[in-house]
Ligand binder design. Structure first.
Ligand code: NDP
Length: 592
């Protein structure tokens, strides 16, 4: 390995992609583009607005809402109303039904409440329809459907000081109160479009991957052949994790497929396999999923587990780093040597991933363009065993834009470097808003004690205790990874720990007749100070090629320094929070 050459190449590729407009390069899907948000899966049905009172309202019906409602139900809090903009439970799995959609994290650790529901995942990496069905299973088992409000978006959330309640208003005219409110709106739920000149002039068909139009393409989410594309010239813009999964399906269906690439993804081995029921019944002894969760986290997020139950691409890089560090004599295990071990393992891994492209893709020029020149965690790592192969099919063509992106769109074509590609359909695999304001993505702001807006309180960065509580916003709980474990490779682990914590706090309040739970300012400040003693953000280095992980390569400002997790890592946080909630003192919170 010529490390100096690799560093230089990574830098050149990054610099080529930096652009002054950062996040502003993307179009907000609103106004004339709002139709890209229409729900193609479930018709919206009329209903009367709700004007009542509930014990807990939860905003978002994805994994966060489902696990929190389930844990609340287990401790006897059953009056929970989930508010969800989709037409059913599922969150990201409700919207993302594109062909080939699949979980990149092993089902055994990714799918929540497997033990409680008795569901055995059918594959090591489950496909989207199974995960959506699992969300519905949780909804049914915990009785969440009756009280849920689908196709409903919260427009305001205001603390009523006198009544110690939150008042919620929605896009469907609901105006009701709740004692507690949970928020699990997720980071990736607002589709964005590339700001390509002429995008609105295209007269053919087009849609975003999170609103797949099976009426136009034929086929279905299980991957049935999209027979209606047999006479269509289709272009897909974007080559992130979504595109990697749906391109193989498009490749076998379209008359012609053009894959417009700005930056290649790193695509490692998938090695999916069915789960053997016999094997599963052997391992599924009481507490199995918690053991698997902890093992996965310990293996790939700084722990020291002896065995690796999951054995996959997420744990591979960490295994290599650990092996390198362990090879060093103890006195040489210094921070610079650890960073070197990290870099060497990364170079080695990425060289393997690039070699894999060469071994699979037959056309030399195409293969070279599909090689990713950045560190593995600069962009979302992908794992697939038929994406690269799709470029060996005669009707599939990679149109690489050399980091510049599509030049323009006309009435009937996509233009790259002056060449026009005539198309019947454009599919936007252009991802979701991440770097935009929380309030804009959520669609509402919180107005807490004394009329303070959350957006103002967080103007200089997020401030919480445990990523869950915010001072001045009593009885409101955030269910998400940041300022908690911040475990990115398996987000549901963060959510399920937050859910357990919230359930115990609500039960404690109810059992003792408290109407309010609030973190003290001192406890919040102490937590934030602790977070800032850590090594900083694990992903999002400005040295990386631009993308949503690093604010499109632009300096994100000091507020981003607070987008971190516990300084001792995810495993340490999970141990800490388990002890904190089970101690029953809820140190740092005030119950009134
Ligand atoms: P991404 O944001 O990852 O990808 C968007 C793609 O669009 C990128 O390839 C981007 O290029 C490209 N793009 C943007 N603008 C242009 C342009 N003007 N011209 C050409 N190309 C352009 O979105 P995804 O939907 O792929 O993935 C989002 C996230 O969702 C993932 O990172 C992952 O976290 C999650 N996901 C998880 C899956 C799983 O677990 N199974 C599956 C799918 C998604 P560039 O890279 O240069 O910016």
């Amino acid at each position: 390995m010529d490390k100096a050459r690799l560093r230089q190449k990574y830098l050149e590729e990054r610099n080529k992609r930096l652009r002054p407009d950062g996040n502003d390069q993307y179009l907000r899907v609103a106004g004339r583009l709002a139709h890209y948000l229409d729900d193609p899966y479930t018709p919206v049905t009329a209903r009367e607005p709700e004007t009542d009172h509930v014990t807990v309202a939860f905003i978002g019906g994805g994994f966060a809402g489902l696990v929190t409602a389930a844990r609340l139900s287990e401790v006897g809090v059953k009056d929970v109303r989930v508010i969800e903009k989709g037409g059913d439970f599922g969150g990201t799995w409700y919207w993302n039904r594109y062909p080939g959609a699949q979980c990149d994290t092993a089902s055994m650790v990714y799918m929540p409440l497997l033990e409680e529901t008795g569901h055995m995942p059918s594959e090591k990496y489950a496909h989207a329809p199974e995960i959506l069905a699992h969300c519905q299973r949780i909804g049914k088992q915990y009785g969440l459907y009756d009280n849920a409000l689908f196709h409903t978006e919260v427009v305001s959330l205001d603390w009523d000081e006198a009544a110690s309640r939150w008042r919620i208003r929605t896009s469907r005219g609901d105006d009701f109160t709740t004692q507690f409110v949970g928020m699990g709106t997720g980071p990736l739920h607002v589709p964005k479009l590339p700001g390509i000149s002429g995008i609105e002039s295209f007269k053919g068909h087009s849609f975003h991957t999170s609103r797949w139009d099976y009426g136009y393409t034929g086929g279905d989410p299980s991957g049935a052949l999209m027979e209606k594309l047999a006479d269509k010239r289709v272009g897909i813009i974007g080559t992130g994790a979504t595109s990697v999964q749906c391109v193989p399906h498009l490749a076998r269906a379209c008359k012609e497929l053009y894959v417009f690439q700005r930056t290649p993804s790193s695509v490692d081995v998938r090695a999916n396999a069915p789960i053997d029921p016999k094997w599963f019944s052997g391992i599924a002894t009481p507490g199995w999923q918690q053991r698997w969760l902890e093992n996965f986290t310990a293996n790939q997020a700084g722990g020291s587990a002896e065995e690796d139950l999951v054995q996959d691409g997420w744990t591979d890089l960490s295994r290599r780093i650990r092996a390198r560090i362990m090879d060093l004599p103890r006195e040489q295990r210094t921070p610079p040597n650890m960073l070197a071990a990290f870099e060497d393992s990364d170079f080695e891994k990425m060289e393997e991933i690039r070699a894999r492209v060469d071994s699979i893709v037959q056309d030399r020029e195409t293969a070279a363009k599909l090689e990713a020149w950045y560190r593995q965690l600069c962009k979302r790592p992908c794992f697939h065993d038929s994406y690269l192969q799709a470029f060996n099919t005669p009707r599939t063509r990679l149109v690489d834009t050399d980091g510049k992106g599509v030049e323009r769109i006309t009435e009937n074509s996509v233009v790259v470097a002056g060449t026009e590609y005539q198309l019947d359909c454009i599919i936007y695999a252009s991802g979701f808003e991440v770097g935009t304001e929380y309030k804009r993505r959520a669609g509402f702001d919180l107005t807490g004690r004394g009329g303070v807006k959350l957006s103002d309180y967080w103007a200089s960065g997020m401030r919480t205790k445990h990523g869950i509580h915010v001072h001045g916003f009593p009885n409101a709980f955030f269910v998400q990874p940041t300022q908690g474990a911040n475990l990115i490779s398996n987000v549901p682990h963060n959510l399920s720990e937050a859910a357990k914590t919230i359930a115990l706090m609500v039960r404690h309040a109810q059992a003792n007749g408290f109407r309010e739970i609030e973190v003290t300012k001192e406890a919040e400040d102490r937590w934030v100070e602790l977070l800032l003693t850590g090594a900083g953000r694990m992903i999002g280095s400005p040295d990386c090629t631009p993308g949503y992980y690093n604010n499109e390569g632009r300096e994100p400002g000091p507020a981003a320094n607070l987008n971190v997790g516990h300084p001792a890592g995810p495993m340490a946080y999970f141990k800490y929070i388990d002890a904190w909630r089970n101690a029953g003192q809820f140190e740092g919170l005030e119950f009134r």
